[in-house]
Design a protein around this ligand. Sequence first.
Ligand code: IPD
Ligand code: CA
Ligand code: CA
Length: 272
Amino acid sequence: MTDIREITDLAIDAARGAGEIAMEGFRRDGLRVDLKQDFHDLVTVYDRRCEEHIRERIEERFPGSAIVGEEGGASGEGSLTWHIDPIDGTANFARGMALWAVCIGVALDGEMVSGVVYDPANDQLFWADDRGAFLGDEPLVSRGSEDPRQATVIANFPLPRDLVHFPELALSQFARLSEDYSHYRAIGSSAVSLCWVAAGWADATFSFGANSWDVAAAAFIVRRAGGTYVTYAGGEPQPAERDYENPHYLALIPGARYDLLHDIMREQSRRP
Ligand code: IPD
Ligand code: CA
Ligand code: CA
């Protein structure tokens, strides 16, 4: 039988180890930053080293796992799948902004069982499994205001990729968000944004075009903390099963009455 708590322990250990490696490069003079797909998409040697460290730890303890990592791609087959983002928020990391995290989400036969998001620069360890969701040893409770006028929404929207298909719509939605919600913020890490919703420090977050490594761990933490996580495709909300594979998501505190955010999800998820 698979012991979920052993999986969580390993994920926490591996994330802490990766966090230590990343901290060696954080705010380091002369840190080299390379481009991946374009000039918005950055990578450093620390992204690669952190992922290698996590992969080694998994392969030692849980050989025969499947791993899906941002830098190393997909490898292996097995009932356990580890979704790894070694540094979520690389653009912040590369500039010295303490808004990035190591993410490890684990699914057993496709169902999420464990999630770890470690923000080493602020020494914050968010994690969840069958015991619930926690920040360190403290239980996480997603909570906030049901009223948009008192709500803080975090999202990197519109990103350049959100301006490809419906640019005018995206800009008008951005204007409505700024007007109708108390505070609108972009912090450059999907995983940290989701964990802040889980912690009740923000009321909602959303994005289009995410990958499983960006969201698998943190979406699970949101749900275990009592928050809502929903994905959209083709203008419709999608079933929860394996929804960490869906690119367009919205996370909310429980009871949120944020019609505009659902409208944005519906309209923007119709992109081809
Ligand atoms: C990025 C961050 C960012 C989100 C991008 C992601 P990375 O991840 O999560 O907040 O808007 O879509 O790619 O590249 O820093 O791992
Ligand atoms: Ca990421
Ligand atoms: Ca990354």
